[in-house]
Design a protein around this ligand. Structure first.
Ligand code: AMP
Length: 261
């Protein structure tokens, strides 16, 4: 689903469905209509996915860090990104882009910036559009269990479900060092950093309410990067996120459940 206003991108969402896809269309419509601005156009397109090409992944672990202000959030995200292997120069460039609008002419983009994690150079071929991570979804069990867990912890938001899918897919490629995200929704002020090392870390108050500027930066290791292959993975490779089956061991008459996420 893609919604637009005056020709500009507003929101997008995607699902991978086995069987009757018409059931999820009301959900996608609702998602388009729940954005803070009302779209003047909503388009839904349907593609076939070759099931033999699907890769399965486990979700990144979710954590939350409460920050007191955008300045505090900046410090926390910079610490986590550096800890994940991003250079201070790249962290600074990424934060500047997401504060001022990452599109080549300023403003928001539809997709992500791809940035060299050492130099901070931008590597995406079209720096007005960026690279859109797509073809990623959850199994029904994984989606339900994630939603239940988020509700239990009082942090359920559709954005977390969608963003965790994007972050898990991106982190699933060895070239990805980390990701930084700041929403372009003026009402949503929680951002995140994600990496295989830190997991998916929500950071509150990453921006002030009412701020329309946002974006995503994927930091990559440039040495062994084939940019076409990497972008093909992000945009075209179908990935489904599933929860690992709980192993139950039996010791004598006692059942021991493995709760490793
Ligand atoms: P959102 O978290 O949906 O507010 O998105 C924040 C920013 O991330 C947007 O302004 C886009 O630049 C970028 N973005 C949104 N969706 C995707 C996606 N599927 N893949 C890559 N970048 C995205």
């Amino acid at each position: 689903m893609r919604s637009t206003l005056n020709g500009g991108h507003l929101s997008g969402a995607e699902r991978i469905v086995c069987g009757d896809f018409t059931q999820i269309i009301p959900d996608l419509m609702l998602q388009a209509m729940s954005y803070s601005n009302m779209p003047d156009s909503i388009a839904i397109s349907v593609d076939t996915v070759d099931t033999s090409s699907i890769i399965y992944k486990s979700p990144l672990g979710i954590r939350t860090v409460e920050s007191s202000s955008p300045e505090d959030a900046l410090r926390i995200s910079a610490d986590l990104l550096k800890n994940s292997g991003v250079s201070p120069a790249a962290v600074e460039k990424a934060n500047y882009l997401l504060r001022t609008g990452p599109s080549a002419g300023g403003g928001n983009m539809r997709g992500a910036v791809i940035m060299d994690s050492a130099s901070g150079d931008r590597l995406e071929p079209d720096s007005s559009r960026g690279v859109r991570v797509s073809r990623v979804d959850y199994t029904m069990d994984a989606r339900d269990s994630l939603i239940n867990k988020l509700r239990e912890e009082g942090i359920f938001h559709r954005r977390v479900v969608d963003a965790l899918a994007i972050a898990t897919k991106a982190a699933g490629r060895r070239e990805t060092v980390a990701e930084l995200c700041r929403s372009d929704d003026p009402d949503y002020t929680t951002g995140y950093i994600a990496s295989r090392k830190c997991g998916y870390v929500r950071i509150t108050n990453i921006k002030k309410k009412g701020d329309h500027v946002g974006g995503r930066v994927l930091f990559v290791r440039r040495n062994d990067l084939n940019i076409e292959e990497y972008i093909h993975y992000l945009e075209r490779q179908p990935v489904i996120i599933r929860v690992r089956a709980r192993r139950v061991r039996r010791v004598g008459s006692v059942k021991i459940k493995d709760l490793t996420p």
